[in-house]
Design a protein around this ligand. Structure first.
Ligand SMILES: NC(=O)c1ccc[n+]([C@@H]2O[C@H](COP(=O)([O-])OP(=O)(O)OC[C@H]3O[C@@H](n4cnc5c(N)ncnc54)[C@H](O)[C@@H]3O)[C@@H](O)[C@H]2O)c1
Ligand SMILES: [Zn+2]
Length: 407
């Protein structure tokens, strides 16, 4: 048979195994994408253009970001020859729901967006998580790019492909791993961020410094006033360094198969605080900061964390205006309520509550033998002028702690 020229012909001859051999399916997918830090919107769009072919662009943002930065982005896209259809969701965690996702799916279908077109998530973690999840299910998965506009999204949520919406039963209950095609942050977008959100985002950067990068921690310690003043060059360095550390960590375990994750530092107690305060009054970053302070206190009391590292961590959190004591949290948080919330997590995880305890800057120990008494003491701690703490850390092998040192 003669086929028309240009027809793509595939010759195949798959061999058949013996009738009772087990058939094995395999699907290996490893993604690699650029994470870029631009200094202007023009530069950001230039980077975005490098990952766009002849696709149509569906841009999702929220009302606040649309009002502050939407017009400039659309203008710049247009100037560089990219036409986008745009929609926005209501700002805030309340929007991270199936309802919003369904509305976005309707909008994609009504706009006749095809599987190989590109969804662009332009906003904070809420927009990125929701739009990313929509991208993961629309036509069984379409490509998407993250343009993070909060510090938290730029240093954390935009990276790693964890996408989700909340369910009344739990936050992020309906989710997937769906890696973005690119992440393009632009420093000017951060210039309008309210101070409280800057601090909350900074908490996730501090976390990465403590668990895996003395260099990042030094940078934050040294440049803290400039970060809080939103100095563009300093923010550029902070986002670039934090993204480098997060990408290096997820590269080791992109689909979170290992339960011993240093990235969970501050999140065990942090999640419990968010749960008992009803997700909202305490920002995620604030809860994580308090969780890190508690974990550090537990570690110091065990003689695991060096006094110097403990002082450095607490001092950075304090200077950043992040809560280190229960009374400093923006909503009342009962000790027993936090312990009850932790108990629920313990039940889900077969009786184990895993804690990431800092040992030094760049060294963490992961353990599941932290007792309720230790947690209670950490939660109710208040500074005493007479407290003396050892400056050395010894990790007794019998406790079963595992240490991870930053490379
Ligand atoms: N996927 C992940 O790996 C991951 C990691 C961490 C957090 N998260 C998720 O991220 C969410 C929190 O993200 P967030 O802190 O960015 O919250 P957010 O998206 O709600 O943004 C915070 C507020 O800032 C506003 N905003 C956004 N950009 C702005 C700007 N440039 N100027 C002024 N205001 C701006 C938003 O409208 C919102 O009101 C949570 O739902 C959390 O679960 C996901
Ligand atoms: Zn977090």
């Amino acid at each position: 048979m003669s086929l028309p020229p240009g027809t793509h012909v595939i010759h195949d001859a798959i061999a058949l195994p013996a009738p009772h051999d087990t058939v094995r399916a395999r699907a290996v997918h490893r993604a690699e994408y650029p994470v870029v830090q631009a200094d202007s919107v023009e530069e950001a769009v230039k980077h975005l253009r490098t990952v766009i072919s002849d696709q149509r662009i569906a841009l999702v943002t929220d009302g606040t970001v649309a009002a502050l930065h939407g017009r400039e982005l659309r203008h710049e896209l247009h100037r560089q020859g990219v036409e986008a259809t745009m929609t926005s969701i209501a700002p805030g965690e309340e929007s991270k729901t199936m309802r919003t996702a369904e509305r976005l799916l309707d909008w994609l279908a009504d706009s006749r967006i095809r599987r190989r077109d590109l969804l662009v998530a332009f906003g904070g973690g809420v927009v990125i998580d929701t739009a990313g999840w929509v991208a993961s299910v629309y036509m069984r998965g379409m490509p998407y790019v993250n343009l993070p506009t909060t510090l938290l999204a730029a240093v954390d949520a935009a990276l790693g492909g964890k996408v989700a919406v909340d369910h009344p039963q739990a936050k992020n209950l309906i989710g997937a791993f769906h890696q973005p095609t690119a992440v393009v942050a632009a420093t000017p977008w951060l210039s309008t961020l309210p101070a409280r959100h800057v601090r909350a985002g900074l908490a996730e950067a501090v976390k990465k410094g403590v668990i895996a990068s003395p260099a990042l921690f030094d940078l934050i310690e040294r440049d803290l006033p400039k970060i809080l003043a939103l100095d563009p060059a300093t923010l550029h360095r902070l986002v670039h360094a934090s993204a480098t550390v997060k990408c290096a960590l997820i590269d080791r375990d992109p689909y979170e198969e290992d339960l011993r994750r240093p990235l969970n530092f501050g999140h065990t107690i942090g999640h419990a605080v968010e749960t008992v305060t009803g997700y909202g009054p305490v920002l995620h970053g604030e809860a994580v900061a308090f969780g890190m302070a508690c974990a550090a206190r537990i570690s110091l009391a065990r003689g695991w964390m060096t006094g110097t590292a403990h002082t450095r961590l607490l001092s950075v959190l304090r200077q950043a205006g992040l809560p280190c004591r229960r009374e400093e949290l923006p909503a009342p948080t009962g000790t027993e309520a936090v312990l009850a919330a932790l108990d629920k997590i313990r039940l889900i995880r077969d009786g184990h509550l895993r804690f990431v305890l800092p040992v030094d800057i760049g060294v963490t120990a992961i353990t599941d033998d932290v007792t309720d008494d230790e947690i209670r003491r950490a939660l109710t701690w208040s500074p005493s002028p007479h407290s003396t703490q050892a400056d050395t850390a010894t990790i007794p092998a019998r406790r079963g702690g595992e240490t991870t040192a930053a490379a």
